[in-house]
Ligand binder design. Sequence first.
Ligand SMILES: *Cc1c(COP(=O)(O)O)cnc(C)c1O
Length: 300
Amino acid sequence: MSDLSNGAAWMDGRIIPVSEAGINVTDWGLTHSDIAYDVVPVWNGAFFRLDDYLNRFLASVTAVRMQTGLERDAIIRVLHNMVAASGLRASYVAMVAARGRNPVPGSRDPRDCQNHFYAWCVPYVHIVKPDAADRGTSVWIAKSVRRIPKDSVNPTVKNYHWGDFTSGLFEAKDNGFETTMLLDHDGNVTEGPGFNVFAVFGDTVVTSDHGVLHGITRRTALEMAAARGLKVETRPLPLDEFRQADEVFLSSSGGGVIPVARVDEQHFSNGAAGPVARQLRTDYFAWLEQDRFRTPISYY
Ligand SMILES: *Cc1c(COP(=O)(O)O)cnc(C)c1O
């Protein structure tokens, strides 16, 4: 069998190397970014919060009127078998529903498209390198773009409409920053490419509830904060207020809680990872190992 250790994909019932997996050039998933997806982490040989990720994925698929043709249990089996075949014990596992091809060339009727499901996995992704995250990363607020409005593309459906994020990432990289976060058209903090954003004020942790994906790591961060006796608030977060924060951090399935030391030219927590963010980062890696959240994989 070919080597799957760099990643595996499941397509049409077959498990293949991720480097060989592709979709058709006329698939609406490609031509119109018409995809609903999700990403569940595998850590130390087990899925983390698999039910929560699947619930979000299935809700997304329904929200965009797609059908995968697979029941929940079948999707779980696919993910399980694919990761087991790859042998990866720490992995970024994507499940994707694509609009598919329309059998009538040029048709604009989305109802006729042949939706399809596929999945792929690669070695675990840290959206910020762990040592940079430990020190506190840098975030550039995008100037040329705002987050696509929530009444234009539903941000609670994990999607491939990354035009705004990609513009922000170019700005960030050109200015020497690690990543970017976007404001909405009312000047509130939203999110960044694959992460939610938090501000800490004293013993209160705040993150936006509007115009953002409801990240599973966001939820974990809020639960961990509450377990530490911190207050949590989910509400709009205006930039002016955000700038008064004692600490800032990000949350993502790709690396957990990520402390932020600098946003544009402003330093937070003395230009280092703040104490609350550091505690929650440590807690996250501990929670990844807790049995109540784990679905172990049987590797061959
Ligand atoms: C995936 C993602 C997040 C983070 O969600 P998690 O479930 O914590 O990984 C936040 N915002 C966007 C736009 C995302 O795509």
